[in-house]
Design a protein around this ligand. Structure first.
Ligand SMILES: Cc1cc2nc3c(=O)[nH]c(=O)nc-3n(C[C@H](O)[C@H](O)[C@H](O)COP(=O)(O)OP(=O)(O)OC[C@H]3O[C@@H](n4cnc5c(N)ncnc54)[C@H](O)[C@@H]3O)c2cc1C
Ligand code: FES
Length: 369
């Protein structure tokens, strides 16, 4: 995981210095937030300072994090949390550009049918609202020496966001090596950043963009049609074997890119926004799950992710990506057997870090919740 340098080492606020050590952090936060919505003792928060349409069913939010946020690199994502109908919901979103000099960041969110967080960010969320924000994480970043590497970027739908951050970072450095971006969407109206990408391609001879449609028929010179396949990749990128490839999008798209390119390119990095198809699990019935801290005893179904099962039972465990990458949901398991839903492997040893989003219960469990 790439390290992030704090956006600034600002001096402690006068208010905070005066309050130390007379109040507890939550009390400090309560009163400080009456003076300013993102003033807190140590809790990282970000205020929405811009909310603009990005494409059909997608918005770009500009966020101004407070001094406690440690920052994120282009290509990384952050966990954002909001109270939606009285429940704290957390999801991961990628920065779509390098952070600005004054510490503002932008994310672009595609609305998902029935989706809690994406629908909230698309509409009820307003300029002035405050979100919890976690540190940047993820490895799809560019080391300083890597800007001169020939690249192929493959984006499926909202998977464009971290790749757009890399394109903008490379454009800021004059696009020193060949970069090809192939960007898939169902319809033309769903492409984000289309004007900017076209103008970058016009300005930099080393940058090539192709908008690939799976629903609409291609009409412009820089459009193509069809799903990701070997023929399209070979026709657009004759020197494919020399390229460093970054692929991002839904789990199925990323799995297809991996199947076509693994071992055939100079390097391949992938990031899925949704879990890949999981092997079927025939664990049925329920088990007894004891939550050691709260003392609650629950009957939870086997065969589904513990995170989903706990939420359905009214618990609110911490979560982020919901697919095993951010570690936010990890909690201790002192007894019982769980199954990794990605691999089917069972694990019966006590552990400090059972990821609730990708494990289901096999037997009765004791969790450190
Ligand atoms: C590392 C990472 C980075 C991400 N970056 C971005 C980003 O920059 N922009 C962005 O828009 N999204 C991004 N996502 C996806 C985002 O975290 C949420 O999953 C998405 O916004 C849906 O959340 P929700 O609460 O609206 O849907 P939920 O209420 O969680 O789910 C509702 C339904 O939609 C399905 N679903 C969930 N996510 C998706 C999806 N992405 N595509 C299709 N169906 C889905 C669920 O399986 C469920 O059936 C990223 C995810 C990860 C893991
Ligand atoms: S929520 Fe990210 S690992 Fe479980």
């Amino acid at each position: 995981m790439s390290a992030v340098t704090p956006i600034s080492a600002r001096p402690r606020s006068r208010l905070r210095r005066l309050a130390t050590p007379f109040v507890a952090p939550p009390v400090f936060d309560f009163w400080a937030q009456r003076l300013h919505p993102t003033w807190t003792w140590e809790r990282p928060l970000a205020r929405i300072v811009g909310h603009a349409p990005a494409a059909a069913g997608a918005v770009t939010l500009t966020l101004k994090p407070n001094r406690h946020w440690v920052g994120a690199l282009p290509g990384q994502h952050v966990n954002l949390g909001a109270d939606i109908d009285g429940v704290r919901v957390t999801r991961s979103y990628s920065l779509d550009a390098p952070a600005s000099a004054d510490g503002r960041i932008t994310i672009t969110v595609k609305g998902i049918e029935g989706g809690r967080m994406s629908r909230h960010l698309l509409d009820p969320a307003r300029v002035g609202d405050v979100l919890d924000i976690g540190p940047g994480f993820g490895d799809m970043t560019l080391a300083a020496a890597a800007v001169a590497t020939p690249r192929l970027l493959l984006a499926g739908g909202s998977g464009i966001t971290p790749l757009m951050a890399l394109v903008r970072q490379l454009a800021g450095q004059g696009m020193p090596a060949p970069v090809t971006l192939l960007y898939w969407a169902r319809t033309r109206a769903e492409f984000c950043f289309a004007d900017e990408l076209r103008s970058l391609a016009a300005r930099h001879t080393t940058f090539d963009v192709r908008f690939v449609l799976t629903g609409d028929a291609p009409a412009a010179d820089d459009e193509a049609g069809g799903r990701i396949d070997a023929e399209l990749l070979a026709s657009r990128v004759p020197d494919l074997a020399t390229r460093h490839v970054d692929a991002c999008g839904p789990g199925g798209f990323v799995a297809a890119a991996q199947g076509l390119l693994d071992g055939r390119v100079a390097a391949l990095r992938t990031e899925a926004f949704t879990p890949p198809p999981r092997p079927p699990v025939d664990d049925t019935g329920t088990v007894s799950v004891r939550l050691a801290r709260s003392g609650r005893e629950l009957q939870l179904p086997r065969g589904i992710a513990l995170l989903d099962a706990l939420e359905a039972a009214g618990e609110k465990p911490r979560s982020g990506c919901r697919m095993g990458i951010c570690n936010t949901c990890a909690c201790g398991k002192s007894a019982g057997t769980a199954r990794d839903l990605r691999t089917g492997a069972v694990q019966g040893e006590p552990t400090q870090a059972l990821k609730l989003c990708i494990n289901s219960a096999v037997s009765d469990l004791v969790l450190d919740l």
